[in-house]
Design a protein around this ligand. Structure first.
Ligand code: G3P
Ligand code: MG
Length: 228
């Protein structure tokens, strides 16, 4: 089982900020999940397509200028980080799951990953790129075929894991309410890992362990650490 600190250690620090990333590292998280959008040729780390919930700004992320985005408070005085700032901070101390949220994120993500591997700050197997957007994910795989990818499912699939065979992904990321033991077994037979979001309670963790999932996303990395 592996544990992803979801949006950083977002149960302890404002989500998708450097503080959440540093907190996850200090808690010993082996993997950190973050969401990205592309703005003015930069990857910015934020979950929603709008600014209101997590910052003191307003409007659509992709309609904003970088200068405006960087002027905002993303909680406790933290800025909306650039992905490169996160990668410089983590520097290979944990794996990074980059979730492609926005349009046109695949190209920038592929070249950024390549540059951090070239700089020897990360190994290729310390990256996992995922998305609900299968087109963006496919674009990414064409550009960076050696980097693992995961497909996010927004609901229960009709035919277990069969759909993923055409996607050539490493892992299937499933909501906790959509995952069953049969799905996990089917995914494993087809060679996929199953990672489940978002597991913030001990009873959910126990239930996920009992059906044999390979990993969980949690806002509270200590929940998982206690079970080791
Ligand atoms: O990637 C797993 C999970 O983060 C997907 O949902 O909405 O939290 O990005 P969301
Ligand atoms: Mg996410």
């Amino acid at each position: 089982m592996i544990c992803f600190a979801h949006r950083g250690a977002s149960g302890h620090a404002p989500e998708n900020t450097l503080l959440a990333v540093k907190t996850a590292l200090s808690m010993g998280a082996a993997w950190i999940e973050l969401d990205v959008f592309a703005v003015e040729n930069e990857l910015v780390v934020i979950h929603d397509s709008r600014l209101e919930r997590t910052t003191n700004g307003s409007g659509e992320v992709t309609n904003a200028t970088l200068a405006y985005l960087r002027s905002l408070d993303a909680g406790r005085g933290e800025k909306i980080p650039f992905l490169r700032e996160v990668l410089d901070t983590v520097a290979g101390e944990a794996g990074i799951n980059i979730e492609l949220k926005g349009a046109d994120t695949a190209t920038l993500t592929a070249s950024m990953i390549e540059s951090y591997i070239a700089k020897d700050l990360f190994r290729a197997d310390q990256f996992l790129v995922s998305s609900f957007n299968r087109r963006e994910l496919q674009n990414f795989s064409l550009l960076a075929p050696s980097i693992r990818t995961g497909v996010n499912l927004s609901g229960p699939p009709l035919q277990d894991a069969r759909f993923a065979e055409a996607l050539a992904v490493y892992s299937l990321h499933v909501h906790k309410n959509s995952v069953t033991r049969a799905f996990v077994e089917d995914a494993h037979r087809r060679g996929f890992k199953v990672f489940v979001f978002t597991i913030n309670h001990a009873e959910d963790l126990a239930s996920m362990i009992s059906i044999g999932v390979d990993g969980i996303f949690t806002n509270y990395p200590e929940l998982y650490a206690k079970n080791q």
